[in-house]
Design a protein around this ligand. Structure first.
Ligand code: FAD
Length: 479
């Protein structure tokens, strides 16, 4: 049976940097990847990162440090993330950005910036490449492939890790499946860098009790989390789901959202001209609130996580585009064929076509019209009230709270050892979304706090394990 110092499951955002450092430290490393390419979620991620004390900040005259970054994270998520884990990653995240720059990262010239897609930091410490996650991959993939070409490294694509092997409570290896063939390998340590479960509707619905609408890849199956649970790992964070506000699935009743189809709902980029109405026709949020967190929590309170974005033909002509990423042809097809793109001649017909309660819908439109006309204050406290939603051409598009990353994962110590009710499971580690998106973001979206910790803690864990395992290896000892 092949034996390694370290097996890393997943050649994605956290697995690649973990492998790069472990191989450099001299450990005998094997990486297992179920798909035929490295990169994982970086292929679709926006790749927005955050880090304090970077060279780019110094160059721009921005004073910042890890203490301020940490305080900002805890302000945004109300202290709902793991502080001990934040202490592991946040002070190192600035170096991760510098490391990417050292390797030719094609940084967007507007960075570092304050980003409003998520609740904003008070300091400009968010960074992204000109091609989002692909810019990160462009730097990390060659380093990873170079590491995998070393004599102490072995890479297996199209290979699925199906179960962990244990002996006396210690993880000793893995069962693998490749093209129908089963195999077992042994290792002194296994790292689960397998990502989240945003591509697994069954698991998502079981853990959150909500329907899955997602921009995550199908490779985010949650299988690493389930493997860890099967050997006694504890699941944490399932109660911290927060939807992203908001997406339109590719098909009316489908679960998959294309990022380019995202509606423009960030007031800092486009003030709202529409009303957002819950499925019963009532307002549930101040559409122009500058707080993303406030919108996301209002959406979370809706049991079906969906709302109708209601406007009129006149608004469509006057306002900046609501769906800037859709082609003209896509919009024509959607308005002609899709049941979640509705046109109607009056509020009664709109209520009938959307299922909204006609009384609630009419009263939402009437109260908003009074605010637009200056006759009353908007009942939700909205300031941007440019035009009543009235006339014969009414329109509505159904939008859903959606998943970018999933909150639940394996409970880990601050050294990323997986633990369960009986304590630490020797030989087993988790990094990236496998330890739960909520571990570092809490119940909130904090800019860059998935990709950057995946890279940062991936590198840190690879260095730590590489050093300790290779020294034991050299001394001919078993851990
Ligand atoms: C559309 C979108 C936009 C996002 N934008 C941002 C952003 O701007 N900033 C941010 O911080 N976060 C963002 N995120 C989240 C972030 O990208 C992810 O949390 C992060 O990339 C996950 O890294 P990971 O290493 O945990 O998993 P991944 O990168 O998904 O890697 C996991 C790898 O493990 C493999 N694998 C899984 N199970 C097995 C198995 N059993 N056997 C073998 N291989 C397996 C998978 O195939 C995959 O290659 C975004 C997510 C999405 C979907």
């Amino acid at each position: 049976m092949p034996h390694f110092d370290l097996v890393i499951v997943g050649a994605g955002t956290s697995g690649m940097p973990c492998a790069i450092e472990a191989v450099a430290a001299g450990a005998k490393v094997c990486v297992i990847e179920q798909s035929d390419r490295p990169g994982g979620t970086l292929h679709v991620s926006l790749g927005q990162m955050s880090g304090a004390g970077t060279r780019l900040q110094a160059h721009a005259g921005i004073a910042d440090d890890a203490v301020a970054h940490l305080a900002d994270i805890e302000r945004i998520n109300g202290g709902t993330a793991r502080r001990d884990l934040l202490h592991q990653t946040v002070p190192r995240q600035g170096s991760t950005i510098d490391w990417l720059m050292d390797h030719g990262f094609d940084m967007d010239p507007s960075c570092p910036a304050i980003l409003h897609l998520h609740e904003a930091y008070t300091t400009a410490r968010t960074y992204w490449g000109v091609n989002g996650g692909l810019s990160v991959l462009k730097v990390v993939q060659p380093l990873f492939e170079n590491a995998m070409a070393q004599p102490n490294a072995s890479m297996r694509y199209n290979t699925h890790a199906t179960a962990l092997l244990t002996e006396g409570g210690r993880v000793t290896g893995l069962c693998l499946e490749s093209e129908g063939a089963q195999e077992a390998i042994t290792a002194n340590a296994v790292v689960l860098a397998t990502g989240g479960y945003g591509g697994n509707a069954r698991m998502f619905e079981r853990l959150t009790g909500r329907p899955l609408v997602t921009a995550a890849l199908a490779t985010s199956t949650g299988s690493g989390i389930e493997m860890g649970q099967a050997v006694g790992g504890r699941l944490v964070g399932a109660d911290k789901y927060l939807p992203t506000y908001a997406g339109i699935p590719e098909n009316a009743d489908g679960e998959k959202v294309l990022w380019r189809h995202m509606p423009a709902l960030t007031p800092q980029q486009r003030q709202p001209w529409e009303l957002h109405l819950a499925s019963d026709g009532r307002r549930f949020v101040r559409e122009d609130t500058p707080s993303v967190d406030e919108r996301e929590h209002a959406l979370l309170a809706l049991p079906d996580l969906q709302f109708w974005c209601v406007f009129s033909d006149a608004i469509q002509r006057a306002a900046p585009p609501l769906l800037p990423g859709w082609t003209k042809e896509e919009l024509q097809v959607a308005w002609s064929n899709r049941p979640d793109f509705v046109t109607a001649d009056d509020p009664q017909a709109l209520a009938l076509a959307t299922g909204m309660d006609p009384t609630h819908l009419t009263s939402s439109l009437t109260a908003y019209a009074a605010a637009c006309n200056g006759d009353a204050l908007d009942p939700m406290g909205r300031n941007h009230c440019p035009m009543p939603i009235a006339g014969s051409g009414l329109r509505a598009i159904r939008m859903h709270g959606m998943v970018l990353k999933t909150p639940a994962g394996l409970d880990v110590t601050d050294r990323l050892e997986v633990r369960g009710d009986k304590g630490i499971i020797p030989g087993l580690y988790a990094v990236g979304e496998a330890m739960g998106g909520a571990a570092l973001s809490g119940q909130g979206f904090v800019s860059g706090m998935s990709v950057t910790p995946a890279l940062t803690l991936g590198r840190w864990l690879g260095t730590e394990l590489g050093r300790s395992l290779s020294s034991h290896f050299e001394r001919g000892q078993q851990l």
